[in-house]
Design a protein around this ligand. Structure first.
Ligand code: ZN
Length: 150
């Protein structure tokens, strides 16, 4: 795991140790399961959606530090946001983690989520970081299939 040392910035460590919005959400009216077989990460995202706004969001599951920290950061970022805005954040996040390494990522677009731009150095970790977002999108769009990181 030593090649990952650059990824383990303070924010990621903190969210891995103390994930925000972790646990069941009894009031959830949407949920989806996601699995990243490359790493073994799996998580379920629960949403409480009212009037096309994410009133509450929680997640459960197990996985590597990156997958857990990304899910934790994501729940903080989208809670209280509209579904359309959230799907647009998904697109921005996806664009960030697939931006070529020699190009700068604009921190104004995604705020705190920009700490995950470091996964670009480790292609296999991109799927760890994006799993929560793919699962969130599946929950929003009502897909019954397990979310994939492809
Ligand atoms: Zn992982």
């Amino acid at each position: 795991m030593s090649d990952l040392s650059d990824l383990y910035q303070e924010v990621i460590l903190d969210h891995n140790r103390r994930p925000r919005n972790f646990g069941p959400l009894p009031a959830a009216n949407r949920h989806a399961f996601g699995h990243n077989p490359l790493c073994g990460d799996q998580l379920t995202v629960f949403l409480q959606v009212e009037d096309d706004v994410i009133r509450d969001i929680r997640f459960e599951g197990s996985g590597c530090a990156i997958s857990k920290a990304s899910a934790s950061l994501m729940t903080d970022a989208v809670k209280g946001r509209g579904l359309v805005e959230t799907l647009s954040m998904f697109d921005q996040f996806h664009a960030m983690v697939t931006t070529p390494l020699d190009r700068q990522v604009d921190p104004d677009v995604l705020g705190k989520l920009t700490v995950l731009a470091g996964v670009r150095e480790f292609p296999v970790r991109i799927k760890c970081a994006s799993l929560a977002w793919h699962t969130l999108k599946a929950a929003i769009t009502g897909s019954q299939l397990p979310a994939k990181t492809e």
